[in-house]
Design a protein around this ligand. Structure first.
Ligand code: FAD
Length: 397
């Protein structure tokens, strides 16, 4: 008898999980996603600027054995193992992968929800593109000094827009000072005005108010960080304070071992990894491995993701790659300029290629693993607590 796994969310984590699960003949996989195509979310600032389409057909990235349902989950009924969809139908499952991702937060700033545009979803990036098309000379004020705000500011400035970047704190807080200087130099070269200290206090239809008393005219683009869906919380599953599904170290819900999480929407042991594609892809693979361990009655292996750094695109001609330790803290190494841009584009392409490879050969993605993770896995295997093989080391993005 086959096992039915329902994957909620067709982003990086959900697609990786669905592909990996589809390698087993005794597992049927259904993926639920509100859109009929895969969104390359890390390119949404490019969608807004008109330099990339941001979409891929499912056939490019998803295995043939994965059934796609274009709809949105509105409730998870764990007691009866069914998911209610917005379209009105219920889908039963044996195991569920919760990978519904994230979206922009307005941080509670008055007027942001009504008047600010965003790049966090395909719909919001497309709306921004359309607004820019109808207001060709309007200046743009991007709020958010992290990678999404910086990438959006640079991409729009490169198209000839007058852009101001309001950071509300230090520019590019993740990176080391030398990398930050490289980012600032490139933004200056593109003509972006960077305001580090002031914070946005109110958004109006065509202006932004700052806490230092200034008013900046133009379209406001909001990029201050990501929030997650309240689907898990609404469904009675335990979450952290922000609404991320609370799981153990194997990504299994602390309430129900039939529910496994991955990507931005999950908080393993209450500690979410940086909201990133870099974490979402391996988490998706590990979620699939955990589900298969549950199906087989094996003990699942704990997650231990490895980070490599943060790569910030600065338009099409430059980027800054800040290297990190495996634990996601920046080190004194960065690559900037044209070399950074080549690295960024190569890694971005490799992500989609990696999903496509897993679609063709499920199980082929080798998971990055820190030395400590390998040591723990070997120790656990030696004491027979973990029966699945230890993950193999691999350095990729
Ligand atoms: C402009 C931009 C640039 C970025 N650049 C980088 C970068 O360079 N490097 C990096 O590592 N990260 C980057 N990120 C962050 C990265 O895109 C996210 O962290 C990543 O997409 C998370 O993957 P995910 O699979 O968890 O979620 P997502 O990619 O958000 O996918 C979740 C999917 O679930 C769907 N969904 C939502 N609710 C439901 C529901 N109720 N039912 C069914 N489906 C649902 C969504 O529509 C979506 O398709 C960037 C983000 C943005 C916006």
């Amino acid at each position: 008898m086959s096992t039915h796994v329902l994957v909620l969310g067709g982003g990086y984590a959900g697609v990786m999980a669905a592909n990996r699960l589809s390698g087993r003949d005794d597992v049927e996989v259904t993926l639920v996603n509100p859109r009929p195509r895969f969104v390359e979310r890390v390119r949404l600032h490019q969608v807004a600027a008109g330099t990339h389409g941001g979409l891929h057909d499912w056939a490019e990235v998803l295995g043939e054995r994965v059934r796609v349902v274009v709809d949105e989950a509105t409730h998870v009924d764990t007691a009866h193992r069914r998911v209610r969809l917005a379209g009105g139908t219920d889908l039963p499952y044996d195991h569920l992968v919760y990978a519904v991702g994230s979206h922009a937060t307005d941080a509670g700033v008055p007027g942001a929800a009504e008047h600010a545009l965003a790049v966090s979803t395909f719909e919001s990036a497309t709306r921004l593109r359309a607004t820019l098309d109808t207001t060709p000379t309007a200046p743009v004020v991007v709020v958010g000094g992290g990678p999404t705000g910086i990438e959006t500011a640079a991409e729009l400035a490169e198209t000839g827009r007058a852009v101001t970047l309001v950071c509300g704190g230090v520019l590019a807080p993740y990176v080391r000072p030398s990398a930050r200087r490289a980012v600032a130099r490139r933004l200056a070269r593109l003509g972006v005005t960077v305001l580090e200290r002031p914070r946005a206090t109110e958004v109006r239809a065509r202006s932004l108010l700052l806490d230092d008393g200034r008013t900046l005219d133009g379209l406001t683009v909001w990029a201050t960080g990501f929030a997650v869906s309240d689907l898990a919380r609404r469904s009675g599953l335990a979450t952290d304070a922000t609404g991320r599904l609370l799981t153990d170290e194997t990504l299994t819900s602390v309430d129900d071992d039939r529910v496994v999480g991955a990507g931005d929407a999950v908080a393993p042991s209450g500690v979410p990894q940086r909201a990133s594609c870099q974490a979402a892809v391996p988490l998706g693979a590990r979620a699939a491995d955990t589900v298969l361990a549950h199906v087989d009655g094996r003990v699942a292996a704990p997650v231990d993701n490895v980070f490599f750094g943060q790569c910030i695109a600065l338009g099409r001609e430059a980027a800054t790659f800040q290297a990190s330790r495996a634990d996601d803290t920046a080190v004194a190494l960065h690559v900037s300029g044209r070399a950074g841009a080549l690295l960024k584009e190569g890694v971005t392409r490799q992500i989609v290629q990696g999903l496509a490879r897993e679609a063709r050969r499920p199980g082929s993605t080798r998971l990055p693993s820190s030395a400590s993770a390998r040591a723990r896995a070997l120790a656990a295997a030696a004491t027979d607590r973990v029966t699945s093989p230890p993950p193999q080391a691999r350095v990729d993005a």
